[in-house]
Structure formats: C-alpha cells, structure tokens
Design a protein around this ligand. Structure first.
Ligand SMILES: Cc1cc2nc3c(=O)[nH]c(=O)nc-3n(C[C@H](O)[C@H](O)[C@H](O)COP(=O)(O)O)c2cc1C
Length: 172
C-alpha cells in the first residue's frame, strides 16, 4: 500500500481531543495543505479561519445545530468558508457547486496532512451558518460550510464500515 493510501485508510473522525498544543511547523503544513488543493478555474474561492481562542471555540461548539463540545476541546479549529464573490464568473453552477468543492478539497487535504502528522480531526458540517457568521464577524460574501477541530486524539475509534467497491464503482 502506498503511504498516502495508508494515511487515507487510517484517518478517522476524532471527537475527543487532548488539550496539547499543535507545533507551529505542523500548523504551517496545514496551511500549505489548504492552499495547494485544486479549485475551479484556480479561482481559489475559499477562506479559512484558524481559531485558537478558547472563548471563540466555545461559541462555535455551542452554536452547532446541537452542541458539539469536542469542538471546544481541540487546540485548533479551522472554519472553512466559501467565497461567493471570487466564484461569481461561474454563475449558478459556481455558487451551488464549485465553491463548495473548492473548500471541501482544501479541508480534505488538511485532514490527511493532520492524520499524517499524528493528529485527529472531524468534519463538522451541521453548523448554524448565521451564528458562525456572527461569531467570526464574517463579511457577507463568505459562507461558512465546515468546522474542523484538529488536535491529538483522546480516543481511537474503529474504522467505520465502507460500501464494497462493487457497490460504489461500476465499469461502463
Ligand atoms: C459533509 C460531512 C458532514 C459531516 N458533519 C458532521 C457533523 O456535523 N458532526 C459530526 O460529528 N461528524 C460529521 N461528519 C463526520 C462523519 O460522521 C464521518 O466522516 C463518517 O461517519 C465516517 O467516519 P470516519 O470519518 O471516521 O471514516 C461529517 C462528514 C462529512 C463528510
């Protein structure tokens, strides 16, 4: 198995974190992972907020649709936002699809780099958009679509079952 596939298969959604800080060199790698993801027309219609402030993390944890306290436990929380201004040239398709893809690819990169560096993370998508906008004082053109807590894992969950290759992939 290639190293990358090994990381892909070993990554888990982590929902319990140690409080230990993440070394600065790894924070830099996470930023690089976000930036180097592909994007529609290379417009890079995305923006990421790195939240280290404990109070802000607690607000984000509470204003999930239902509380997700593990968000406040993680030493770093990345909030991924779609930049609806940058994607304008692609019209409706850009707004409804490409801009979400742009953010998602970056976040997936960051999750894999985090896993490679021995860190856990969890995509949190059930967020209250309006409240996250207020907490981070986001400009109107930025739409928060994912909250990603990252930190050293305090749990080791089993792999969740996956559909078979046959069910997911068809040759035509
Ligand atoms: C688009 C998306 C939204 C998700 N939203 C949440 C969420 O709001 N809360 C949560 O605890 N996990 C969330 N997850 C994590 C999934 O539950 C998790 O990826 C899935 O159960 C598979 O487990 P694994 O990541 O450990 O392989 C989300 C994942 C994705 C891709």
């Amino acid at each position: 198995m290639s190293d990358l596939l090994k990381i892909i298969k070993q990554r888990r959604s982590i929902r319990r974190f140690k409080r230990d800080a993440i070394p600065e060199a790894i924070i830099e790698k996470l930023k690089q992972a976000l930036i180097w993801a592909p994007s529609a027309g290379n417009l890079q219609s995305r923006k990421f907020y790195f939240v280290f402030n404990q109070e802000t993390k607690e607000w984000l944890a509470c204003h999930h649709k239902g509380t997700r306290w593990f968000v406040a436990e993680a030493p770093l929380v990345i909030v991924g936002c779609a930049d609806e201004k940058k994607i304008e040239k692609y019209g409706e398709c850009g707004q409804s699809l490409f801009v979400i893809n742009d953010v998602s690819l970056s976040i997936q990169n960051a999750m894999l780099v985090a896993a490679d560096q021995g860190l856990g993370s969890c995509w949190v998508g059930l967020l209250d958009e309006g409240k996250v906008r207020k907490i981070l004082k986001l400009p109107k053109h930025l739409r928060p679509i994912v909250i990603l807590p990252i930190g050293y894992a305090k749990e080791a969950p089993e792999a969740k079952e996956r559909s078979s290759q046959e069910a997911v992939v068809e040759v035509r």
